[in-house]
Design a protein around this ligand. Structure first.
Ligand code: PMV
Length: 333
């Protein structure tokens, strides 16, 4: 790439996603290859907007996150990711990223973050990757980011031990089925153990890890089928099962990984009570204490009412299926 073509900047927007069938475990840490496939729903209300400008006059990379200049590990992660875009002799970059939601607390900020970064950096570097290649690229930043390239229901494919190009595919776009996800934020604190560290510890120490991996193709097939048939209660049951299986697995690690707080547990009990009384609502939780409640539009007000009396919920965010990552602007500087 010549000097002139390095003076481009691009801005991309990506939505976070929530896994219905969870990814937990890696088959190769450095290449960030998952040990299991996963299925997610992209969420319209959780967005990251990221701008990348490659600039030959800079001597170091510069990264601003939510208005604050970042250093240390967050900056390193961004720099290493940008190295993947350029094979060698990369110009340094100015990267600005902003989330419209709480960062690093189990709300999938790394998913929307690396998906937006992949698109913006690819475009600013004047590269022309396909959606599949962008998904492979985003995966190297964060496994769940591979899914945020696409909108609606998305499946992350898991390769074999002899392949290393895992990517996600769109199953049904955001207009297929209006399923709502209500996010109950129980704390704004960042989680103490990252997903990667949690996954590595689980794989090394849990007596149940092998069974988790071997059962996943079955769960994925059932989930695909329930989405195809728009069978909401089946999809909900499978979603909860995968969530509790993942957390049970994490709890069985040594030392145990417990991502929940007491509000998390209270919300689970409220939703289960609601279900016993006839409202179809299901919970799912990632590597953090926030609870995501899945319900159809007709039930969402009942869910909100049921949670109303619980003190300790900092925020309720209602999401619809969101679209895939897009380039918002592109300019030659
Ligand atoms: O993408 P990572 O490395 O942040 O891992 C995501 C792990 C879970 O959110 C817990 C599950 C998932 O499939 O998104």
């Amino acid at each position: 790439m010549d000097k002139k073509s390095r003076q481009y900047s691009a801005t991309a927007v990506a939505c976070a996603n929530i896994a219905l069938i969870k990814y937990w475990g890696k088959r190769h840490r450095d290449k960030n290859l998952p040990a299991v496939g996963s299925i997610s729903l992209t969420l319209n209300a959780l967005k990251t907007e990221t701008s990348v400008r490659f600039d030959d006059t800079l001597s170091v990379d510069w990264f601003e996150m939510n208005g604050q200049v970042a250093a240390g590990r967050p900056l390193q992660r961004v720099s290493r990711f940008l190295d993947l875009i350029w094979n060698n002799d990369r110009p340094k970059a100015r990267v600005k990223s902003k989330n419209n939601f709480v960062t690093g607390a189990g709300l999938a900020s790394s998913a929307s973050g690396f998906a937006a970064l992949a698109l913006a950096a690819n475009r600013a570097a004047h590269k022309d990757r396909s959606r599949q290649e962008l998904s492979q690229l985003a995966r190297q930043g964060s496994g769940s980011a591979a899914r945020s390239i696409f909108g609606g229901f998305v499946e992350m494919k898991c390769g074999t031990h002899t392949t290393d190009n895992d990517y996600a595919v769109g199953l049904f776009d955001e207009n297929y089925w209006d399923v709502r996800m209500l996010i109950a934020v129980t704390t704004r604190e960042e989680k103490k153990i990252s997903s990667t560290d949690g996954m590595m510890r689980t794989a090394q120490t849990s007596p149940y890890y092998k069974q988790w991996v071997s059962r996943q193709p079955h769960d994925l097939a059932e989930m695909r089928d329930s989405i195809e048939r728009k069978d909401f209660s089946k999809m909900g049951e499978l979603t909860e099962h995968s969530c509790f299986k993942m957390h049970g697995l994490a709890m069985s690690a040594k030392p145990p990984l417990l991502y929940w707080n007491n509000i998390t547990v209270k919300i689970i009990n409220i939703i289960h009570r609601l279900r016993r009384n006839g409202t179809a609502a299901y919970v799912t939780i990632d590597a953090g204490p926030q609870v995501k409640i899945m319900a159809l539009p007709k039930s969402i007000d009942k869910v909100k009412q049921a949670l109303h009396s619980l003190s300790g919920i900092k925020e309720l965010i209602e999401c619809k299926p969101g679209s895939g990552a897009v380039i918002k602007s592109f300019e030659q500087v």
